[in-house]
Design a protein around this ligand. Sequence first.
Ligand code: PAF
Length: 289
Amino acid sequence: MEVIRSIRAMQETVRNLKERAVTIGFVPTMGALHEGHLSLIRRCREENSFVVVSIFVNPIQFGPSEDFQSYPRDLEGDMEKLSALGVDLLFFPDLKEIYPDGYSTYVVVEGLSDKMCGAFRPGHFRGVATVVAKLFNIVKPDRAYFGQKDYQQTVIIKKLVEDLNFDIEIVVCPTVRESDGLAMSSRNLYLNADERKAASSIYRVLKKAEEMVRSGEALERVKEYMENALSTGPLIREVQYASVYHPETLDELTSESLKRSGCREVVLAVALVIGNARLIDNIVVDLTK
Ligand code: PAF
């Protein structure tokens, strides 16, 4: 596996690949790779002749009181995993390469960025959209792979690609879960044993809420159930949101607004804090099945 740290070298490599009409698949990450990332990389490997993974812990998507400094980093472990999966190239730029002194251009996907997680993490999606747009311009992939666990991020990136005319197919892959249902996340590393056990309630509550939606329960009741079940759960310090959302606008849905929208899917989504970890999860419910 080749490792490239400079944008110039990356662009030169990409130019050569394009001349040979090679299809480039891209998985952008912040490292601390777990099975969720690896599933994206496997899918990317299957569908493209050249696979690029980036590792860059992007400071501008972290708030001032968030975990940028303590975010888990494990370059050696990550490189072993990437090599084993047959990744062709790791792009691993340093901070100054991506944001040199005087850097001043930002990308904001308006509206979508202020909802759900955006209401609790001001500036987060501006940071994500900016770095993803830069990485897309540097790597110029044909396809890029993201996990459904970050549902709002996938919606924002699809909108960014559409609005800024990136010629890139966005592929969203299913959430990978631990055996008790907890969605895999680098932030699960922050949980102690009791908190880890408590965190498994998130998926149980989502599955029960899915059953309620399927049996025709009013969405207001589903939200009430999710909020109550989670906020009374052990060790859960704060439930930031737990409700039913429109899959594209990310607006909260009531039974009435669902009827008006004609949506064929709804998203059940949750963000909460356990110990020092802010965890998110979601289930997309296909109403036609
Ligand atoms: O999902 C992530 O790990 C990050 O938000 C991303 C897409 C790599 C941008 O920094």
